[in-house]
Each structure stands twice: as C-alpha cells, then as structure tokens.
Design a protein around this ligand. Structure first.
Ligand code: KG4
Ligand code: ZN
Length: 333
C-alpha cells in the first residue's frame, strides 16, 4: 500500500509517498523561510499563496521521482488542521482534487496526529503507549500516545509555544528568523547562570507550560544593558529547558506504564534539549526516541504515515473521508 501525503498547515509545503513497510519512496519539502524572514515571523496570507504555487508541481515531481502515477497510489492523506487556515485549505483541497481524479480514498489527517505517530515511522520497534513531548513553533504539548486515535493530552501551553519563545528571544537579541538554531549557537558561548530568569510554572501542581513571562524577562534583561547577548541566550535556554524538564518529569509521574519517552517538533533539533530528555529517560528506565530531524519538523511523510496508521487501525470509513470535510484552524487531538 502506498499513501500520498500533503502538508501545508504552516510555512512548509510538503508532499511525500510512503509505503506500508515504512519506506519513504519519494518526498519534497519547500520551506518558506526566505519569504517570511523580512517580517520576523510567518505571515498567513503569504504562506497560503506560496502553497498554491508550489503544491501542484511538487505532487508531479514526487510521483515522477518515484516513477509512479496517481493510479499507483492507494490513498491520499492531507492535513485538515489545525494550522493557518488559508494554508490548510490549499493542501486539503489539493488532496480532495487528487482523491477525486484518481478515485482514491481521502484521509483528512490531524497535523498533531501526524507529529504524534511520526516516531513510529522512523522506529518500527516503538510500541504504544509512549510519552511524547511535541515542541515546535506552533505547538507545545505533552501527550500520552496510547494507540492510533487514542491520545491523552497531559499538558499544553497557556501562552507561547517553546519554539516561539526561542524565536522571540532571537528577535529581541537581533538574531533573525527562525531563531531557535541561532539562540542555541549563541548560548553555547555564554554563561547560563549570568542572568537571573524565571522558570514559569516549574514546580506547579498544574501540568501546563508557560513561556510568556520568560520572554518578558529576557526583554527586560536585554533592555537593562547589563548583560552580554550570549549570556542572555544561554540563561534563556537554560531556564526554558529547566521548565521542560520539570513539566516532563511531572507528566511521567502521571502517565500510565509508558515504555518510551519521545520528542518531536522543530525544537527537537536542540542538542541540549535532547540530552536533558535522554537523561530523564535513562533515570526512569525508559527508551529515549528522537526521530531524525526531517521527521521532527513539519513534513508530509508523517501525514501519509498517520493516514496509513488510521487505515490499518480500521478508523477510516469505507471509501475514505467525505469530500465535503472542512479545514479546521483549531482541532485538538
Ligand atoms: O516543527 P517546526 O519546523 O515548525 C512548526 O513550528 O510547526 O518548528 C520550528 C520551530 C521554530 O520555532 C524554531 O525556532 C525551532 O523550531 N527550532 C529550534 C531549533 N531548531 C528549530 N529551537 C531551539 N533550538 C534549535 N536548535
Ligand atoms: Zn507541526
């Protein structure tokens, strides 16, 4: 079985062909970073227009690379939300058109389910249930992944996502967009104890994340003129990771018999975050799984894979999802 996946919920246009045996037969990703960089963040209208331009040719390119036609595809999976609604609509309507033209079932995939199941695309040994930290520019959640379609959200952010906090810190320090990698690089040259910064919600009885107060404190530290940017970056990263460690530890204590700790989302590229979580997993006798970066950031292989998992789990109606299914800006798992 081969599933064609389409992703367009934020600023990555992506198309992939994934086989039942976990082979990514072909894939293409077009990043829009250069288009949004002048604005210091993703502009929804620009994102949607760019998806319109590139998705069609990318489908042709991926099929061509795989030496396949639409007739060789068994199902079409497209992100139906959550995300920037204009972009989601472009990808979903592309998926509907392909499904209709090829007489294939449409699978409307929740983007978060794509992230939640992507570690199983990379690692055939990863069994349910597992605890997932999903940290990107748009999401910051801890999920207990109990099975396909069976997710318990333990924590979410009450304000900013973790990647957003990195991006805003980068903006304050004048490091450009996207800011996560730049903050990590600068932090490596600074002193993480130099700037006193808060750890919002650390030690709290409630399970959630909060990063807005940390961002404001970074702003005040910068404006005080007392600290070197490298020290601010290092202190920020340490404070943010302390929060993540505290929240993940609390989630583990409240999770039922999970066998693995898994991290996904763009922030999973951060080496200090990986090390922190790996140590936590080892201390709790859990496997630590961090998929390759190309599967952590937004991509279409995870959407195709989630579609395949839904089909195999018997969660898809006969003939697929209806062609009038709506794109959803908000869609909690
Ligand atoms: O998953 P992703 O590519 O896109 C979505 O937001 O959905 O994640 C991008 C986010 C950005 O906020 C970026 O700054 C952050 O991941 N990021 C990092 C690093 N690399 C990317 N944050 C911290 N350290 C990094 N090395
Ligand atoms: Zn995402």
């Amino acid at each position: 079985m081969v599933v064609l996946g389409i992703e367009s919920s934020c600023d990555e246009s992506a198309v992939a062909l994934v086989a039942n045996d976990r082979t990514i037969i072909a894939q293409a990703i077009a990043s829009q970073d250069a288009l949004h960089r002048p604005y210091g963040g993703v502009v929804p209208e620009i994102a949607a227009r760019a998806h319109v331009e590139v998705l069609g040719p990318m489908v042709a390119q991926v099929l061509n690379e795989a030496d396949m036609t639409l007739a060789d595809v068994d199902a079409v999976a497209a992100t139906a939300g959550p995300g920037l609604i204009g972009g989601v609509m472009v990808g979903l309507v592309t998926g509907k058109a392909l499904a209709m033209a090829g007489g294939k079932p449409l699978i409307a995939v929740n983007h978060l389910e794509g992230h939640a199941l992507s570690p199983r695309l990379a690692d055939a040994r990863l069994a349910f249930p597992y605890l997932l930290l999903l940290a990107s520019g748009g999401h910051c959640q801890i999920l207990e992944v109990r099975g396909v379609g069976n997710y318990r959200r333990i924590a979410t952010t009450i304000d900013d996502a973790l990647g957003e906090a990195f991006d805003k810190t980068a903006k304050i320090l004048g490091l450009g967009f996207p800011g996560g990698p730049a903050v990590e690089r600068l932090a490596a040259t600074g002193d993480s104890r130099a700037v006193p910064l808060p750890r919002p919600l650390a030690g709290s009885d409630e399970p959630h994340f909060s990063f807005a107060g940390l961002k404001s404190a970074v702003m005040r530290a910068h404006e005080s003129g007392k600290y070197a940017p490298a020290d601010i970056a290092a202190s920020f990263q340490q404070a943010a990771l302390d929060c993540v460690l505290d929240r993940t530890r609390r989630a583990l204590a409240n999770a039922d018999d999970v066998g693995s700790l898994v991290v996904a989302g763009g922030v999973a590229a951060n080496l200090s975050l990986r090390t922190t979580l790996e140590t936590l997993a080892n201390d709790n006798d859990l496997r630590f799984v961090a998929p390759p970066m190309q599967l952590c950031t937004d991509n279409a292989a995870m959407i195709a894979w989630a579609g395949r998992e839904r089909m195999n789990a018997g969660l898809l109606a006969e003939g697929g999802d209806p062609l009038d299914i709506a794109a959803r800006p908000r869609w909690p798992l």
